[in-house]
Write a protein that binds this ligand. Structure first.
Ligand code: GLY
Length: 345
């Protein structure tokens, strides 16, 4: 973690009540900092490089995640993302810019592989925050984004496998169902999630953030997760820092993960502690039995990430996991704090 102290980070009113932290008169980090989900090791490196060249944190964050959106081997984001239950790839993303306090987002966007870039244009070229579906596609078209089929052969094969194995009471069957495994219920893709969130802090303490995803694999058409919802999968406040999440989007929405993390930091928590508070909030809010394992723990993974404007960073998850970070010591993977010691089942 950064050696910079966050002492003096909070101020209180004359009555003693906590309010939004004051912007420190002068913040100068040794180097910009970027934190992301574990699939973003190259993304954090590029984001830090761009911020060192003077880019705004939000632009640097989008440049970083674009590497992952363009990678057909990452089946959780952009091209090659796993499709919805109809076999159609629908992408979600949002961006937030600390200095201006503005945000932009797109949800259920088809045929454009860089939804984070489209979200950036929504922020810069409209008076709105969130565009969805056909409207988002028309907006992207108007801004010259290329349309292409985002379903790679590999993702199509995974979709067919899921479609055939998801139910024993419909007419889709897999070759295995004709064999010795009979009507076995395959859980392989039941909770498959993946996403990239990237929080960025420039050397002067300005922050920006971005989250982009193809969402929950084989979701219902039109399902929108936490990633394009500001305050859920992504949030930042230039007086405080950034917060975001990956994993089960429904849980992050219900816990307002991103905004909750930033609020916890405004109240004085370190980034790691703020993320762990969000994890505990998810546990407290997860009540229905179908979402719990035999030990009564959430039967899914959720990961939270945070940075503050002093350059400190942290991450926490329900189950053991890694995250990516880049600072003055270069890009690397690190262990997240986790509520439960083992990896997710
Ligand atoms: N966290 C990504 C999603 O659930 O869509």
């Amino acid at each position: 973690m950064s050696s910079l102290s966050r002492r003096g980070f909070l101020r209180s009113t004359a009555a003693g009540a906590l309010v939004a932290p004051a912007v420190p008169a002068f913040v100068r980090l040794q180097a910009p900092v970027a934190v992301s989900s574990a699939n973003g090791i190259k993304a954090v490196e590029l984001a830090v490089q761009r911020m060192s060249e003077g880019w705004r944190p939000v632009d640097a964050a989008v440049a970083g995640v674009e590497l992952v959106e363009n990678d057909p081997e990452d089946d959780s984001v952009g091209i090659g993302g796993l499709p919805n239950e109809d076999g159609i790839v629908e992408l979600d993303a949002c961006v937030m810019d600390g200095p201006s306090g503005l945000g932009g987002a797109v949800a259920a966007l088809q045929n454009v592989k860089n939804p984070a870039q489209v979200a950036l244009q929504v922020m810069r070229h409209t008076d709105h925050v969130l565009l969805v579906g056909e409207g988002a596609l028309r907006f992207a078209r108007a801004h010259g984004f290329k349309e292409e089929n985002l379903l790679t052969e590999k993702s199509r094969q995974k979709w067919i496998e899921w479609r055939e194995k998801r139910s024993a009471i419909d007419d889709w069957i897999s070759p295995e169902e004709n064999g010795e495994h009979g009507k076995e219920w395959f859980r392989k893709y039941k909770h498959k999630t993946g996403t990239i969130h990237l929080g960025a802090v420039a050397a002067n303490g300005d922050v920006g953030s971005c989250t982009t995803t193809s969402g929950l694999a084989f979701k219902l058409a039109g399902r929108v997760g936490d990633s394009p919802l500001l305050g859920c999968g992504n949030y930042c406040d230039n007086d405080v820092g950034t917060g975001g999440g990956t994993g089960r989007g429904e849980a992050c929405i219900l816990a307002n993960g991103g905004a909750f993390i930033v609020h916890q930091m405004a109240l004085g928590k370190s980034p790691t502690d703020a993320c762990m508070e969000a994890v505990k909030r998810v546990v407290r809010l997860t009540k229905v039995k179908r979402l719990l394992d035999a030990k009564g723990r959430p039967d899914f993974q959720i990961q939270f990430y945070a940075t503050n404007k002093a350059g400190q960073f942290g991450a926490a998850a329900l189950y053991a996991d890694k995250f990516a970070v880049c600072d003055g010591n270069g890009a690397r993977l690190a262990d997240m704090a986790s509520l439960y010691a083992e990896p997710v089942k």
